[in-house]
Design a protein around this ligand. Sequence first.
Ligand SMILES: Nc1ncnc2c1ncn2[C@@H]1O[C@H](COP(=O)(O)OP(=O)(O)OP(=O)(O)O)[C@@H](O)[C@H]1O
Ligand SMILES: [Mg+2]
Length: 268
Amino acid sequence: MPLLERHWLEYSPRFSQHSKRRGLTQRWLFVVDSNAITLQLKDIRKAYNIGLPAETEILHGIDLIIKRGEFVALIGPSGSGKSTLLNLIGLLDKPTSGELFITGQATTQLQDRELTMLRAKSIGFVFQFHNLLPEFTALENVMLPMLAARGRPDEAIGVRAAELIEQVGLTSVGKHMSNNLSGGQQQRVAIARALVMQPALVLADEPTGNLDTQSADTIFDLLRRVNQTSNTSFIIVTHDPRLAKRCDRIIELVDGRIDSDKPNVAES
Ligand SMILES: Nc1ncnc2c1ncn2[C@@H]1O[C@H](COP(=O)(O)OP(=O)(O)OP(=O)(O)O)[C@@H](O)[C@H]1O
Ligand SMILES: [Mg+2]
């Protein structure tokens, strides 16, 4: 795989691949490309209550490749492990075994700080409940991930947030407090926030589950448009077969295993 970019990941005295500058040791994060694999899972397993009588394995060896720009629906019965899998992919939780690569970077050996940085750079999240900060405006909510990454406000952050607010059709309410917006508008703010760091992968766990049909369609169309214009990969968990049928590929999870994984012929 050709090397696309590399970034200083963190100052780390432990790493072998190092260069000494100003007395500190730095470590490379490799971001590789090749028309490209955004995500790869190799035999991912997740168990809870390990070593206890209540030990249960929820995910039983998931192998999966998501390529750049794929727009994937993840479906399956309640309790089949969809959210568990999405949390692992989003580096919010760790697998019990297996390896998970995000844009070519193996993740299971990374330290928490490294995971946080990789997550912030490469992954956007949209949840069913948007998790906006109610006492901030729509624009401010979109700026937050950039502020967290850069540490202080600058003009570019405001410009980028305004562009995204426009992209999701909310320019007229950008300065409104987020708790004064409708559910559909709040979810559009959450999408703008998820896109602000230009992630390679957006994970959406039932992003329209809390919305009426019309708002759900608007949100879905928006995700689709972003996918087509930016080549960002999407994994969308949904219980709505109507929406799943509008994705390029449908993966069905049953009892913690991939039961089917098919291109959606109608769409592609
Ligand atoms: N922290 C935990 N400890 C023990 N079991 C858990 C934990 N989190 C999830 N589970 C179990 O893992 C299984 C999968 O849950 P998960 O939330 O991933 O399902 P899901 O497919 O997202 O379901 P839904 O469609 O209802 O959202 C369930 O049986 C759940 O009870
Ligand atoms: Mg779930």
